[in-house]
Design a protein around this ligand. Sequence first.
Ligand code: NAD
Length: 291
Amino acid sequence: MQILDGIAVSAHIKSQIKQETEKLKAEKGKTPHLAAILVGHNPASEAYVGNKVRTCEELGFGSTLLRFEESVTEAQLLEEIKKLNGDNKIDGILVQLPLPEHISDNAVINAIDPGKDVDGFHPITQGKMLLGQPSFLPATPYGILLMLEHYNINTAGMHCVVIGRSNIVGTPMTVLMSRNAQPGNATVTICHSKTKDLAAITKTADIIIAAIGRPRFVTADMVKEGAIVIDVGINRIDDATRKSGSRLVGDVDYDNVAPKCSYITPVPKGVGPMTICGLMKNTLEAAKEHV
Ligand code: NAD
């Protein structure tokens, strides 16, 4: 069993991004710049955005963090996005989800200029991805592809079972794993909350990609010997042995599943750092387009 090490792979990719960024600055006088919008004080969202801003600094990118109270209106957010769309300094715009209930995710995402949609959530971006046209890829699926590529895992002909059908992870993952590319060329099955006898399906998988949001949901009896397991889930569970009283676990019962796998991602330090790499690669590409 080999651990797919998100920290090591992301360090490698970040050093490449850093080099390219220095070149872009020296040759074209252009500094990639990411703007992040954070609404409210959700601790997980604060942590994710903080990480993204820190990574911008590490890579030599500029960053702008726009914070709003929970009471911000949809109209105010749309106005801010309009300003960012028109600001030549800004290459990428991300809106940290979830947004408060009175604000429509779709309205906000649809307002982002697709040329600055570095999270890859805009319908034009996802439509282009579906049709195989050049586009930003949604950050988490992109990060997973980068991980598979780094370890030279040839996915052609494999049966890939994706559990979860969200617009940001599960659904785009199925598109990317089935397209005629490497990584890709897999035979893909998408499973979700209404799937009957999930274990019978996952047991036939050469690759399982779990994006469910339920702690340790994928158990050893659901996984065949030698499978590759990619765990997207980030779930906080109580843990009295920790000073904080809690810890993060994935959607996979790692301790029992890992011994059966050929490759597996841990949580944390697996897909999470790769997602940030996907976002940063998109921002660098956007900056190159904006020279
Ligand atoms: P979501 O809630 O939008 O979607 C969850 C999906 O799981 C749904 O499509 C649902 O049909 C499916 N599901 C729920 N219960 C199920 C069941 N019993 N059997 C089969 N399928 C079931 O979640 P999301 O935004 O896709 O995120 C999924 C997880 O990944 C969460 O834990 C989230 O925190 C994490 N996440 C991690 C990263 C990262 O960078 N590592 C990025 C995005 C999301």
